[in-house]
Design a protein around this ligand. Structure first.
Ligand code: GAR
Length: 192
């Protein structure tokens, strides 16, 4: 099956959702690697619980972004990784990875892009008092959440919703949407 690497900086609920989909047989993929740039990210324990190979880097310990990404690239290539799946990876992807994995890096973002790119998309949406927000899955390019959109799903916000409640709604959508979109990308690829 298709070998993927997941890049994450946070708690890893999307990581778990992808792993669950694989276990349930709705996603035909193998997570060959978890990459994280945060030494204390919650996702590390989730990967260990699932016996997923994990590499943890402090990007500051490299001379520059190219050196950092060359290390990630070597990790991916050593495991024959075909797709890089960003799941809460809070860092721009540079030319080293973009050129090596052209059109094979995918991101999920907690807004209806192009609205609210970058950090704290949920907070940005609440500040603007939008009534509808959502989730976007897109190909990664050299911009901040700017690449071609693959899928989107909208959801409503009510006045009573706290930020935690909006985050729960967003994540519930993400956990269903992301594995489904990944599966469809992998399936299209096989048909070529
Ligand atoms: C997810 O909501 C994802 O959409 C967001 O980080 C969260 C990670 O949660 N990504 C971004 O904001 C990217 N700009 P998780 O660690 O529980 O999967």
């Amino acid at each position: 099956s298709n070998k993927i690497a997941i890049f994450a900086s946070g708690t890893g609920t999307n990581f778990d959702a992808i792993m669950d989909a694989i276990d349930e047989g709705t996603l035909d993929a193998e997570v060959s690697l978890l990459v994280t740039d945060k030494i204390n990210a919650g996702v590390i324990e989730k990967a260990q619980n699932r016996d997923v190979d994990t590499v943890v880097y402090n990007p500051k310990s490299f001379t520059d972004k190219a050196a950092y990404e060359s290390a990630l690239l070597a990790d991916c290539r050593a495991r024959d990784v075909e797709w890089i799946i960003l799941a809460g990876y809070m860092r721009l992807i540079g030319p080293t990875l973009l050129e090596a994995y052209s059109k094979r890096i995918v991101n999920i973002h907690p807004s209806l892009l192009p609205a609210f790119p970058g950090k704290d998309a949920i907070g940005q949406a609440l500040d603007k008092k939008v009534k509808v927000t959502g989730v976007t899955v897109h190909f990664v390019d050299d911009g901040m959440d700017t690449g071609p959109i693959i899928a989107q799903e909208a959801l409503s916000i009510t006045e009573e919703d706290t930020k935690d409640e909006v985050r729960r709604k967003i994540q519930a959508v993400e956990h269903k949407l992301y594995p489904r979109v990944i599966q469809s990308l992998l399936t299209k690829e096989e048909a070529k």
